[in-house]
Write a protein that binds this ligand. Structure first.
Ligand SMILES: Nc1ncnc2c1ncn2[C@@H]1O[C@H](COP(=O)(O)OP(=O)(O)O)[C@@H](O)[C@H]1O
Ligand code: SF4
Ligand SMILES: [Mg+2]
Length: 455
């Protein structure tokens, strides 16, 4: 892996150099040179993604046991013919158990790429995680040496496993060679009569996991609610078919009847009236709000510990937005899980999040508790976002907007990315990119204005 890392560093630097020559009108020769370099890097990364490796290579430990997810120094790039788009460029944050972390920032600042990286859904070969860790605490099925799940057996009052006689096809007791009845340990069953298997907590480093192993986490351990439900639901299958599939896939031994029962329960849970009718409907027969509820039901059907919601209310009108947000708040307590909520809307964050991460141009520029970010925003960008939020009280005629645009992603400066748009610039701002400074035990900001306050 070390060799591979050096290889990427060298090649990234070269590909980056060509793109950041300052000239955006590239010659055909330059484009071909970049494409050649990119191909080399992408091929190596794709090979690594597919490589079969022992679990020990991607097992890890959490830095803080109270977290369910720890993202550390994540770099996710797109290798394009114009150069390397560093969509996520060294992002570090954690999600504590049973909490909601909101990621906020303007369009194009890397929020979706961060969430797609966690699910390992970046579209290859051009989209790749090139560095960093994504540690996730999973409650996975325990497996024996052959990779089979290990059943939990029923025990009597003295703690001894209960054995049952095995019957043959005709319902007679099966006998072994010595004429003794064949015995089988009795597997414990849940309230639906489905066999229970042993589970264990394991920390996976998702960034290093072979892509073929991700099925162990997606749906069952973590699931995603996308912005536009119509593009995520399959138009040719009924809602019931699509919901049942999740249970059939993720609950070992689940029957069609159980899947239907769970699907109806989920529809009830997300507040769908007449769930039996909706179960038999096709996506186009439902309203936008209902489709988004279905997506949430689908995300819940595998009973995940982490739900990633990427702009879950952006496509909905305001009243439905409020209902869906209430639903998320309610569900978090019911499933005892955590939510990573991605949005460009500070209003949504204010209602939902315990912690807030503010992203700008692929980096985190401020993070803290929701109260810190709302009552004491430190970074000029966060302050700008706050000011541009419409409120009932503001009677100014025009809403504030942050002047200028996010810099070109293939040609990022090496000083503060916000400098061209910042009204509080000081001399230092033309120097190095600012480091993260701690302003309270939970509040961090990357801006030179706070450098002196370090320690
Ligand atoms: N498939 C892609 N190819 C090249 N660049 C991409 C691709 N997807 C996203 N990007 C770039 O990555 C950056 C971050 O995008 P994204 O995470 O989608 O932003 P947002 O914060 O709006 O969710 C943007 O600059 C975008 O142009
Ligand atoms: S580092 Fe300087 S340019 Fe960047 S946000 Fe802070 S004050 Fe503005
Ligand atoms: Mg997005």
């Amino acid at each position: 892996m070390g060799v591979l890392k050096n290889f990427f560093k060298k090649n990234n630097a070269e590909a980056g150099k060509t793109a950041s020559s300052g000239n955006h009108y590239m010659t055909g020769k330059e484009i071909r040179a970049i494409a050649k370099e990119n191909n080399k890097i992408m091929r190596a990364l794709e090979k690594e993604k597919m490589r079969k490796k022992p679990e020990s290579e991607y097992l890890s430990t959490m830095k803080d046991d109270n977290n369910i997810l720890e993202i550390e120094n994540l770099h996710s790039y797109f290798y394009t013919d114009q150069g390397v788009v560093k969509a996520v460029n060294g992002v570090t944050f954690s999600i504590p158990l049973n909490s909601t972390v909101g990621v906020v920032g303007e369009s194009g600042c890397g929020k979706s790429v961060t969430s797609m990286s966690v699910m390992r859904l970046l579209q290859g070969p051009s989209g790749q995680i090139v560095d960093g860790s994504i540690r996730f605490k999973a409650n996975d099925f325990k497996r024996d040496e052959k990779g089979n799940f290990i059943p939990v057996y029923e025990k009597d009052e003295d703690g001894n496993v209960i054995f049952d006689q095995v019957l043959d096809k005709n319902g007679n007791v099966k006998l072994d060679k010595e004429g003794n009845p064949v015995l089988k340990p009795r597997q414990a069953k849940d309230e639906n009569g489905i066999g229970i298997y042993e589970k264990e907590e394991k920390v996976f480093d998702i960034a290093k996991m072979p892509i073929n192993e991700m099925y162990r986490l997606r749906g069952r351990q973590m699931s995603m609610v996308f912005q536009e439900p119509m593009t995520s639901l399959n138009p040719v299958f009924t809602i019931g078919d699509q919901l049942d599939e999740v249970t059939l896939l993720h609950v070992p031994g689940a029957t069609k009847e159980l899947a239907k029962k769970r699907s109806i329960d989920m529809l009830n849970l997300v507040g769908i009236a007449m769930p039996e009718r909706v179960y038999a409907s096709y996506p186009h027969e439902l309203s936008g709000g209902m489709r988004q509820r279905i997506m949430i039901a689908m995300a819940l059907a595998g009973e995940p510990r982490l739900i990633i919601a990427d702009e879950p209310t952006t496509a909905l009108d305001v009243t439905i937005q409020a209902q869906v947000l209430d639903l998320f708040n309610d569900l978090k307590t019911r499933i005892n899980g955590s939510i990573l909520l991605i949005t460009h809307d500070l209003g949504v964050i204010a209602e939902m999040a315990d912690y807030v991460v503010v992203m700008y141009a692929g980096r985190i520029i401020e993070q803290g508790t929701a109260s810190e970010i709302f009552h004491n925003p430190c970074h000029p960008y966060t302050q700008g976002l706050q000011k541009s939020k419409p409120t009932m009280k503001s009677n100014e005629e025009q809403l504030f907007n942050i002047p200028g645009n996010v810099p070109n992603p293939v040609d990022m400066p090496n000083y503060c990315y916000f400098k061209e748009r910042c009204s509080q610039c000081i001399g230092k701002c033309s120097g190095e990119y600012p480091c993260m400074v701690q302003v309270s035990p939970t509040h961090f900001v990357a801006c030179h204005l706070y450098d002196a306050k370090e320690n």
